[in-house]
Write a protein that binds this ligand. Structure first.
Ligand code: FE2
Length: 191
């Protein structure tokens, strides 16, 4: 099982017709919806792994990157943002869940079944998980992903951001951040 950032060899017409500029959110949404509706574009790249989410880069140029992501219910990106990129997701097969962080209450969960798509701007923070075995989604980002923010909540509820590369697999941060009581104690010592 491999996940790769090497661009897969593909002949998808909609990828040959991209404007030579940063795409708008509606354009990103139309792009991922068109690819999701074309199984020949993504089926050759489908594979599943409960431990390490399987994904393949379909296209990458100076303005946009496009990915095929494969999901089992065990797969979880953890909380993250996309830095300076806007993005769109279309579910091609199965179902995924988009989680939106709500301060002070449970996260908002939006189930996205096959045939549906959504887009988001640079201000968006979310987490994605698989909802059904054998799910596939198409993602596009513009400008193309380079850095992303991966979030974790410390033992005392403080939200922390870590900058990661687009080449890193997004997953919940396993290593707990230093306990905030320890941080406060350190601050008092320095004072
Ligand atoms: Fe994301």
């Amino acid at each position: 099982m491999t996940s790769t950032t090497d661009t897969a060899a593909t002949q998808v017409q909609v990828l040959n017709d991209l404007p030579a500029r940063v795409l708008t959110r509606p354009e990103l949404r139309d792009l991922v919806a068109a690819i999701a509706a074309d199984p020949a574009a993504w089926e050759p790249h489908v594979a599943y792994d409960d431990e390490h989410r399987h994904y393949v880069c379909l296209h990458r140029d100076a303005n946009v990157d496009v990915w095929v992501l494969c999901w089992t219910p065990s797969n979880d990106t953890g909380w993250h943002d996309h830095d300076v990129s806007s993005g769109a997701v279309a579910v091609a097969h199965g179902e995924v869940i988009e989680h939106n962080l709500v301060i002070g209450s449970a996260a908002l969960e939006i189930r996205v079944p096959a045939g549906q798509a959504f887009s988001f701007g640079t201000d968006h923070i979310h987490r994605m998980t698989g909802a059904a075995e054998g799910s596939v989604s198409i993602h596009a980002y513009s400008p193309p992903l380079w850095r992303m923010g991966q979030y974790a909540i410390s033992t005392t509820g403080v939200l922390r951001r870590t900058s990661v590369s687009y080449a890193d697999e997004l997953r919940p941060i396993d290593e707990p951040f230093p306990d905030d009581q320890e941080r406060l104690r350190d601050a008092q010592i320095q004072n």
